[in-house]
Design a protein around this ligand. Structure first.
Ligand SMILES: Cc1ncc(C[n+]2csc(CCOP(=O)(O)OP(=O)(O)O)c2C)c(N)n1
Ligand SMILES: [Mg+2]
Length: 240
């Protein structure tokens, strides 16, 4: 098992857990994790990224990793702010968020990262809350065991720069009777709370689907290349 982190408060996780780990750079957790997985597909690779890290500078990597369904697990510490750099607004900061780079309030509504991931091709999508540890444990296990690209968006509270503890506390509920195998149902549930409206906030697994993974396709195409090369070598040997 290997943990990969970006740069931010969330990235300290690799200092706290005694497992093989790799501190990558801000915005590049996903490609570092993908490279490790391709080099050794037997490893379980888990990326820990912040909302700034994954949904800002690293968003293009996340979209392509979901699209190719590479078998890694991305755990996003979504505190809805750039914590380490002391409070700039991030792609998931609420509209009107006041911070270092938006002293008069952010003029942009947040993105819904789960909707973006679903439409990009992710095959496992869930949301947790940092105050719901037991549920998070269950989701982590399911995500890590899922064969394909898994992403868990975790609502976290940055008590210094974006303290939404009470807001979440009043709205979160656990998904029940939801069919995670149904794309339309998943999309509907993911859209219910769009990180911006005042709807109840569902927690749990929204979507889960079995599909061929990128590393399976890579290893099949490597084998084909090796076969072609050895056939050419045999043919050449005969000619000589
Ligand atoms: C390539 C690069 N771009 C920008 C930075 C500056 N930087 C470091 S941490 C950070 C923001 C971290 O925010 P987030 O990813 O949400 O993590 P948090 O601290 O909130 O956990 C930024 C912009 C950097 N170190 N490297
Ligand atoms: Mg953050």
């Amino acid at each position: 098992m290997v943990l990969v982190s970006g740069i931010g408060c969330h990235a300290k996780i690799v200092d706290y857990i005694n497992i093989n780990s790799f501190y990558s750079i801000h915005g590049r957790v996903t490609p570092a994790a993908e490279g490790i997985k391709l080099a050794n597909p037997n490893l379980k690779v888990i990326g820990f990224a912040g909302d700034g890290d994954a949904y800002g500078e690293g968003i293009e990597h996340l979209i392509f990793a979901a699209k190719r369904n590479i078998n890694i697990t991305m755990i996003i510490h979504n505190n809805r702010v750039y914590g380490l750099t002391t409070g700039q607004y991030s792609p998931t900061s609420p509209l009107g968020f006041k911070g270092r780079s938006t002293p008069k309030g952010s003029l942009e509504p947040p993105i819904n990262p789960l909707e973006l991931m679903l439409t990009s091709g992710a095959t496992f999508l869930a949301r947790g809350f940092s105050h719901g540890i037991e549920q998070l444990k269950r989701i982590f296990k399911e995500a890590i065991n899922h064969k394909g690209f898994a992403l868990i968006d975790i609502l976290q509270v940055c008590v210094t720069y974006c303290n939404m503890y009470e807001y979440y506390g009043k709205r979160v509920y656990e998904l029940k009777g939801h069919n995670a195998g149904d794309y339309s149902e998943a999309l509907g549930k993911i859209r219910e709370w769009n990180y911006h409206n005042d709807a109840p906030i569902s927690l749990g697994v929204f979507y889960k689907k079995e599909a061929a993974t990128f590393e399976e396709r890579v290893s099949a195409s490597r084998k084909e290349t090796i076969d072609v090369d050895s056939n050419i070598a045999k043919a050449l040997a005969k000619t000589v």
